[in-house]
Design a protein. Structure first.
Length: 188
């Protein structure tokens, strides 16, 4: 079996799919969100761990351009990359098959590690909004959730799709199709 990764837009089901595959195939799941605890201890990374939480969410979402928002995610991911890469390499060195998942596994970074994976994107802004209502990220207010959904769909989504195409990683908005491809990659 082969280790794989899942990355893509926030709230699209990366963790859900990784947990499902890990359980059904008996493999390890490694999520990058858990690595944030380690990164909080590093004074250089702590501002990036808390970057979005330290912002006035409504102001950030309404006054920052999509290009700036995508660049912030890229900058955060690149700051996290040495820690994430070290954790991925340690998991791979154990010889255990794993599925790695997280929003910070940007395709341009994952090209440094010789595993295959997929990019997940949302089918619609409304789909993201519905997921945020069930699992709020930045707030429970509907107005803030709508702004957040708009950001993920119109800013993050296109950024991931451009990188997926640029680095030859398949992208999926249908989680069932992504699951089929990941199973194929794991079992091939």
């Amino acid at each position: 079996m082969n280790s794989v990764f899942i990355t893509g837009t926030s709230t699209v089901g990366k963790t859900h799919l990784a947990n499902k595959l890990a359980a059904s195939l008996g493999i390890k799941r490694v999520g990058t969100d858990a690595m944030r605890i380690e990164m909080l201890k590093d004074p250089l990374l702590e501002p990036w761990v808390n970057f979005y939480f330290d912002k006035d969410k409504e102001q950030f979402l309404t006054t920052t351009t999509c290009a700036e928002k995508w660049q912030k995610l890229v900058n955060q991911s690149e700051a996290f990359w040495p820690t994430i890469k070290k954790n991925i390499e340690a998991a791979l060195a154990s010889g255990e098959t794993a599925i790695f998942e997280g929003v910070n596994l940007l395709p341009h970074l994952m090209k440094e590690i010789e595993i295959k994976g997929v990019v997940l994107s949302a089918t619609s802004e409304e789909d993201i909004f519905e997921r945020l209502k069930l699992n709020p990220r930045w707030g429970k207010e509907e107005k803030l959730q709508r702004l957040e959904a708009h950001n993920y769909f119109t800013c993050e989504g296109p950024g991931f799709l451009v990188e997926a195409e640029q680095f030859g990683i398949q992208s999926f908005s249908d989680i069932s199709a992504a699951e089929i491809e990941l199973r194929r990659l794991i079992l091939s």
